[in-house]
Design a protein. Structure first.
Length: 118
């Protein structure tokens, strides 16, 4: 989960335009459009969320769907606020890197992992 969280936020910061588009379901609504033969982004997000729910469940979450949604929202917020410069501004004096915020989000939703940085 730590590798997934880090990859999610890392991708968001490296590929800002694509990251923004990937979650704009208001823009990716394919209702009424003819199939093109390939998968559509909108139709692929629910199975991916289901995969995350199964991974979170394996971490022992009592309500895996709720925990997954909250964790996703938390990581997405870290990515957006870091990319906009808001979080770096707030934590610059403390020298807190974005990776530590990813760890904190995972710890808050899944509990501290043994050997995780504090």
């Amino acid at each position: 989960m730590r590798a997934l969280g880090a990859a999610y936020v890392g991708y968001a910061l490296e590929q800002r335009g694509m990251f923004e588009l990937m979650f704009r379901h208001d823009l990716l609504d394919s209702t009424g459009q003819e199939p093109t033969g390939g998968p559509r982004l909108r139709e692929s997000t629910q199975p991916l969320f289901g995969l995350l729910v199964s991974l979170v469940s394996r971490c022992g979450a009592a309500e895996p769907e709720v925990t997954t949604a909250a964790l996703w929202a938390n990581l997405h917020g870290v990515a957006q606020l870091w990319g906009w410069g808001s979080l770096p501004l707030m934590v610059a004096d403390a020298g807190i890197p974005v990776e530590r915020l990813v760890d904190a989000a995972l710890d808050a939703h899944l509990g501290p992992a043994s050997g995780s940085p504090s």
